[in-house]
Ligand binder design. Structure first.
Ligand SMILES: CC(=O)SCCNC(=O)CCNC(=O)[C@H](O)C(C)(C)COP(=O)(O)OP(=O)(O)OC[C@H]1O[C@@H](n2cnc3c(N)ncnc32)[C@H](O)[C@@H]1OP(=O)(O)O
Ligand SMILES: CC(C)C(=O)C(=O)O
Length: 557
């Protein structure tokens, strides 16, 4: 085994906060959401979005209910500049939506940013510079005062341009980029300096965004840092505290949730978590975590499959099948015990009127997010009777008695083990038909006539026409009802001794297409139990077909 070179890496800094309050808080209301799909998401794409993909993404975000959307970095690329102009000139920004654009704290870029925004009704100008210890040294080669000055100068320029364009309702946002790799006291000092320039008020607050540009510590440390800042900002009532988690350690979602518990008002993220490296925080997961705990996210997630299609088109990146809430497989159970519990849970939900979702293994109702129930239970060699029964009932209306579920699941298990593949509902149905409904060897039921026995009214005589080896033959029997009489007729002819232990039937389909399906559980002379199943518009005929099937199956033992 090779030893990992751990000496190359450093432990993260702890935040000097001993009386932290956030662990006792809960997320009980939606934050202000800001989508950065069109900027941070876009800048991480192999092929950045062109105008068409940008438009599609913007329309989706608006439709979902985002009120703040970072539409790009217009000073950095002509595509972003043109898209900003198109939205403004074609009046495509709804009145209740504020667009946001990013710029570095550099004069020529700020100037170009305001050019791009000319004539917009409302906009957030988001200015940033990295404050991190390492970037101060290697990128900017400046000390703390120098880096703070970049921020202050940028903030001043933004204010100056805004004042020169009073027709727009401007809002300002500042990010100490690489905040999580910046000394926390210094990050606070820089943000305070920016606010000294902007002079925000409770009526006109600015946004201070504290990004986990790189997620370098566990989410509790990010939360500590947010609470630490939240408690120290001198103009807390005049600012919106925003967070922008990335997902380098895989805990971006938790980081965002903890940050809200720690005092953040706003979250920047993307749909399904596209973004630099391992991505931005995923707003789909965040929002649906809220839904799953009874909190209204104020975003519309009612058609996640459609959202996923648009996002995959715009980003040209697939959403992982296991992606929380949105992946293709996330509401699917293959394993038997899960399927059994889901089936029982769904039935219990149907039977109760509580209205509170409580189904094992399904944190939310798939139908709430536009996912179909067909996807819930899928069958392979790990599945059990519950899953097979669920599919037959759900897709074909067949409500097998419990013992038949066990019997038929063995048939399916054998097929699944042999193929090693998933069995589709059609394959399961075909196998059910082949095993039971189409089982006509050696006997195929054709029709029958019953008569009361002249000597004893409780005894019935049956004459049944069946096929046997392709030939039609007439069988005669007597019993205390048509089933008993027919069993006796077949027994005599086939020499197979079975007795009927249980019988049930129900209707499938409706109206003119309604049929009866009958289940006969039979026992052979040597004590084996097996089922016969028959289906026909007439109940008695369905029962006799079920008996025929049981006898055929017993003959094959
Ligand atoms: C964490 C984030 O996601 S931040 C957003 C990042 N997004 C992007 O960078 C996407 C678009 N970016 C671009 O197209 C380009 O980087 C531009 C147009 C912004 C700048 O282009 P260029 O001027 O050619 O610089 P380049 O891309 O090499 O960036 C590095 C330069 O910017 C300077 N710089 C970087 N950030 C800032 C800042 N916030 N304020 C001032 N200067 C900065 C660096 O010091 C460096 O300067 P140097 O060339 O004098 O050494
Ligand atoms: C510009 C900032 C907010 C950013 O994208 C980041 O830090 O990841």
């Amino acid at each position: 085994m090779n030893r990992m070179p751990v000496e190359k890496y450093r432990m993260y800094d702890r935040i000097p906060l001993t009386d932290r309050q956030w662990p006792d808080k809960i997320v009980d209301k939606a934050p202000i959401w800001c989508s950065v799909d069109l900027r941070d998401g876009n800048q991480a794409l192999i092929e950045p979005m062109g105008p068409d993909r940008k438009r599609r993404m913007f329309e989706l975000l608006v439709k979902m209910g985002f009120k703040e959307i970072e539409i790009g970095f217009p000073s950095a690329s002509q595509t972003d500049f043109d898209f900003t102009r198109e939205l403004i000139e074609k009046n495509m920004i709804p009145e209740d939506v504020t667009v946001q654009v990013l710029t570095q704290a550099r004069p020529h870029l700020i100037e170009r940013t305001f050019e791009a925004l000319k004539g917009v009704h409302r906009a957030i100008v988001h200015v940033y510079n990295s404050t991190s210890t390492t970037q101060r040294r290697v990128v900017f080669q400046q000390d703390m005062a120098g880096i703070k000055q970049i921020a202050v100068d940028g903030a001043q320029l933004v204010r100056d341009f805004a004042e020169k364009n009073p027709e727009t309702d401007w809002r300002f946002q500042y990010s100490p980029e690489s905040y999580t790799q910046t000394e926390i006291e210094y990050a606070l000092e820089v943000c305070e300096a920016v606010m000294d320039v902007w002079e925000p008020t409770p009526e006109k607050p600015c946004i201070i965004n504290l990004p986990a540009t790189v997620e370098v510590a566990p989410p509790n440390v990010y939360a500590d840092s947010i609470e630490w800042m939240h408690r120290r900002f001198t103009r807390r009532d005049s600012m919106i505290l925003s967070v922008h988690p990335h997902n380098d350690r895989g805990s971006g979602v938790v980081a965002a949730e903890f940050a809200v518990m720690a005092g953040a008002d706003r979250i920047e993220g993307t749909l399904f978590g596209n973004g630099e490296r391992t991505g931005n925080v995923d707003i789909v997961t965040l929002g649906l975590n809220m839904v799953a705990t009874g909190v209204d996210p104020h975003l519309d997630f009612s058609n996640v499959p459609e959202m996923r299609k648009v996002v995959e088109y715009c980003n040209q990146l697939p959403v992982h099948p296991r992606h929380p809430y949105g992946g293709d497989l996330v509401f699917t159970a293959f394993s038997g015990s899960h399927q059994d519990a889901i089936k029982k849970g769904l039935k219990a939900m149907d039977d109760s009127n509580s209205g509170v979702w409580d189904v094992p293994y399904l944190p939310i109702d798939p139908s709430d997010v536009g996912a179909s129930y067909e996807a819930v239970i899928r069958v392979n060699s790990q599945s059990g009777k519950g899953g097979v029964a669920y599919i037959l009932e759900n897709d074909y209306g067949v409500r097998m008695p419990r013992n038949l579920q066990i019997e038929f699941s063995n048939v399916i298990q054998k097929i699944a083990d042999e193929s090693g593949k998933e069995l589709s509902p059609t394959m399961i149905w075909d196998s059910f038909q082949e095993t039971y409904l189409d089982n006509e060897t050696p006997y195929g039921f054709v029709n029958h006539i019953t008569q009361s026995d002249t000597h004893a009214s409780e005894v019935r005589a049956i004459e049944a026409k069946v096929t046997k080896g392709g030939e039609e033959v007439l069988l005669h029997g007597r019993g205390n009802g048509p089933i008993d009489a027919y069993v006796n007729a077949l027994k005599a002819d086939a020499g197979v001794d079975i007795s009927v232990m249980d019988y049930s039937e129900h209707a499938i389909g409706e109206g003119a297409n309604a049929m009866a399906i009958a289940y006969v559980e039979a026992r052979t002379a040597d004590g084996k139990r097996l089922f016969g199943v028959g289906r026909h518009p007439n109940i008695v005929t369905a029962s006799l077909k079920a008996v025929t099937c049981a006898v055929n199956r017993a003959s094959a033992l």
